[in-house]
Write a protein that binds this ligand. Sequence first.
Ligand code: ZN
Ligand code: ZN
Length: 76
Amino acid sequence: MDAFCPVCSQPMNWVSGHFHCEPCQTSYTQTALCPDCHQPLQELKACGAVDYFCQNGHGMISKKRVQFTYSPYSQE
Ligand SMILES: [Zn+2]
Ligand SMILES: [Zn+2]
């Protein structure tokens, strides 16, 4: 999965449960948003794959359409 830093747009590394941007020295958590209503999607994990489900009536969202947003992650 490619994830890009919201600040510097560089690809981020996946490090023990969160994304890490080397240039910014900042960790981020990923949130999946519905492309239609921009609300957080429910993640359905099955067989190693993740499906995304909108609880506001948009149903299953194809991973290609999911909008990802990144928020700073605190390790404390
Ligand atoms: Zn960055
Ligand atoms: Zn939706």
